[in-house]
Design a binder for this molecule. Sequence first.
Ligand code: ADP
Length: 259
Amino acid sequence: AEAQLRQVQKMEAVGQLTGGIAHDFNNMLAVVVGGIDLARRRLNGPRREVMTHLTNAMEGATRAAALTRRLLSFARSEPLLPERLDTAILVGGMSELLDRTLGERIKVKTELANDAWPVFVDPHQLENAILNLAVNARDAMDGTGKLTIRSRNVTMDSNAVGDIRAGEYLVIEVSDTGCGMTPEVKERAFEPFFTTKAVGKGTGLGLSQIFGFAHQSGGEVGIESTVGKGTTVSIYLPRTDAQASNVRAHPAMQARAED
Ligand code: ADP
């Protein structure tokens, strides 16, 4: 069942990706096919021209190969191994890492509920999610500003945020005083490979990975953002009952594994 669950989660991640990249991949293939076709037609023409078409085709193929490499490394990303967690301890344990990541000119503040409900999630994935959000916040703040990590217990109505189911959640909010997102960026922020960052700086996978993690944990993720003021990303994780032992998978995940 464990291996099956992992397989299902991997396929979900790949499924999420395909929509976002199929379009890009097709464009690259069109460049390859177009280049080879032009080269074939000009085979008896000037050598330099044939060379240019072949070089274009080669570049298209190289870009497509880079894209599938990223896709594969994303699909291979670690499976979820959930356990019962006190998020205050997890976030508290990250303070040194966060300080180092954000540098001296960005202040890090935590406001953690001391009666926070326990959750049943993969601690490494949650840590990665928070670190990813901190890095995004740093990039948005251009050197100086304030990062706040808050946790609260909330009771949600269904669909109050995204596709959330009605119920009790522990929400972790990561806020920055950065540049904010335009509505167009916010609309696409969870898309795999969507990035506004320079080549080599952003992968466009941070928020889509957080989206996958939240959903696979039975939760949701939401963004509130104002251009010029800042951004808050909220991760909603379902409350786990106090007696839950760490051998039982989250009901949402069991349901998925049995599909
Ligand atoms: P990446 O950070 O590699 O670009 P993400 O999926 O994490 O990929 O983010 C996608 C895009 O969403 C970013 O390129 C950026 O435009 C926007 N974004 C994410 N976080 C923030 C933030 N805290 N403030 C402003 N814009 C953000």
